[in-house]
Design a protein around this ligand. Structure first.
Ligand code: CTP
Ligand code: MG
Length: 224
């Protein structure tokens, strides 16, 4: 069994919108629906759990109704993204693997989901793309201390996929050691487990600020 956890329990502060950015529309369809449809229609995904804020529950349920999405499990999120995922991991039963994905990444593709599904029995995986820019490491005075080889720099995206026992162990260890990671793979790396980078897509952006909405509109048109 393969589950998907979609986290949508943030407040979208940087978007500066009146409501959670998950409800903003790209070509008349809310962002969260774009995202959910990808997993809902993928035959390899058996169950979907979505982390939401309590105040968004009514609206979320009415969207599921409108878009005819059934059997999606709702879980209340927590203060940070990591807390929201932990709440989902606590409620999931009977699964072998889990794909964790940001509700705010509506352009995940079937190909990316399938790559995660096919690779996660071999190793934990992190979706990503090769950096296009040169990355500089700087000290606190902004003096450059090194320029890593660009061929080894990847931007991490989601989905990230894990065996359920490994990701649960990683979350337990993170809580015990007060480790806050910026993604799920880092919690697993922290335990010393191998995590494989797998090819994502430059279209698989996370919608964070206003400018991203314009880019999203462009991507939505270009993938038609
Ligand atoms: N998320 C979550 N629970 C939180 C915080 C974030 O489920 N406590 C989710 C968001 O809903 C989003 C994903 O994690 O789909 C990535 O987070 P981010 O892009 O930072 O979204 P927000 O936290 O909503 O935005 P901001 O940081 O601007 O407030
Ligand atoms: Mg956030």
């Amino acid at each position: 069994m393969i589950d998907a956890i979609i986290v949508a329990a943030g407040s979208g502060k940087r978007m500066k919108a009146k409501e959670n950015k998950q409800f903003l529309k790209i070509e008349d369809k809310p962002i969260i629906i774009w995202t959910l449809e990808k997993f809902y229609n993928n035959k390899n995904i058996d169950n979907i759990t979505v982390a939401i804020r309590k105040e968004d529950e009514k609206k979320m349920l009415s969207l599921f109704d409108e878009y005819n999405m059934k059997n999606i499990q709702l879980v209340y999120g927590g203060k940070e993204r990591q807390d929201s995922i932990e709440n989902c991991l606590d409620t999931i039963i009977h699964t072998d693997y889990v794909l964790i994905h940001d509700g705010a990444r509506p352009f995940v593709s079937d190909e990316i989901i399938n790559n995660c599904v096919n690779n996660c029995p071999k190793s934990s995986c992190c979706t990503g793309v090769l950096a296009k820019d040169t990355i500089k490491i700087v000290d606190k005075d902004k003096n450059i201390t090194s320029t890593p080889d660009r061929k080894s720099i990847w931007y991490a995206q989601t989905p990230q996929a894990f065996h359920i026992d490994i990701i649960r162990e990683a979350y337990k260890y993170a809580r015990e050691t007060n480790f806050i990671g910026t993604d799920d793979a880092s919690l697993v790396e922290n335990l010393g487990y191998k995590v494989q980078m797998i090819e994502g897509s430059y279209n698989n952006i996370k919608i964070t600020t206003r400018e991203d909405l314009a880019i999203a509109k462009y991507i939505a048109q270009s993938i038609k």
